[in-house]
Write a protein that binds this ligand. Structure first.
Ligand SMILES: [Zn+2]
Ligand SMILES: [Zn+2]
Length: 237
């Protein structure tokens, strides 16, 4: 049993690590085509971002691996595979519920990590990226990585989700983590500055967090930032 759990954790670590290298690599390459020279002279910072991110991959991989094992061996999770198990309208709703729960956890744990004492311990590593690059997506101190590693494994135990929709959630998580840090806005201006954009976080929003530290704490949505008066609008990446 222990061997099976370990194997699952190792496999998940490898998957998360490779996913990171592949996706960040693709966006770094796109950046080099679209914004030549944006990362010039940043090799030392990028090496450190990759190092911390790969360490985070192991921290994310272990709880994910344990839950994946429990799902396969004991049916622990509420992940379902048949399209008929829940109504079709629940598919997009489940994606939203996952993103909103993750965003809520992120917003409050992130604010907590900006208390100076905890900042030094847990969050200074992430803010050492000045400005961040596409490689900073998982550049976290192990304490911060740990704070984020349990959320999806915990949610799959509680909120039903179709396997494919879980894939959508993980894809959004991965892509937003990169695009919010890569230093330029990938999404069209009309969307970023639209009424919908008022509620969504993209590079222009998170970049300001990396400049200012005391605002824009959210991950996907600006809901908590608006509600708590911590939203300071967009920067111009
Ligand atoms: Zn960041
Ligand atoms: Zn921060």
């Amino acid at each position: 049993m222990l061997a099976a759990i370990s194997l699952s954790a190792i496999a998940m670590t490898a998957i998360v690590g490779l996913r990171y290298l592949l996706t960040s690599g693709v966006f770094a390459w796109v950046t080099s085509r679209k914004k030549p020279g944006l990362y010039r002279g940043m090799n030392k910072q990028i090496r450190s971002e990759i190092g911390w991110s790969l360490l985070s991959a192991a921290i994310y991989g272990i709880p994910a691996g344990i839950v994946a094992w429990g799902w396969q061996a004991h049916g622990w999770t509420r992940i379902y595979e048949s399209w008929n198990d829940y109504p079709l309208w629940y598919l997009p709703l489940s994606v939203f519920l996952y993103l909103f729960a993750h965003d809520t956890w992120f917003y409050w744990s992130h604010r907590w990590m900006h208390i100076p004492r905890w900042f030094r311990i847990a969050h200074a590593v992430h803010h050492a990226s000045k400005p961040p690059t596409a490689w900073a997506a998982m550049s976290f101190h192990p304490v911060e990585a740990l704070s984020g590693a349990f959320i999806i494994p915990l949610l799959v135990l509680i909120i039903p989700i179709h396997m494919a929709m879980l894939g959508v959630v993980l894809a959004i998580m991965t892509i937003m983590g990169i695009t919010n840090h890569m230093g330029w806005e990938m999404f069209p201006r009309p969307l970023v500055h639209s009424r919908l954009g008022y509620w969504l976080i993209t590079a222009s929003h998170h970049q300001r967090h990396h400049e200012n530290y005391k605002c824009n704490y959210g991950l996907y949505f600006r809901f908590w930032d608006h509600l708590c008066g911590t939203d300071r609008g967009l920067s111009q990446p």
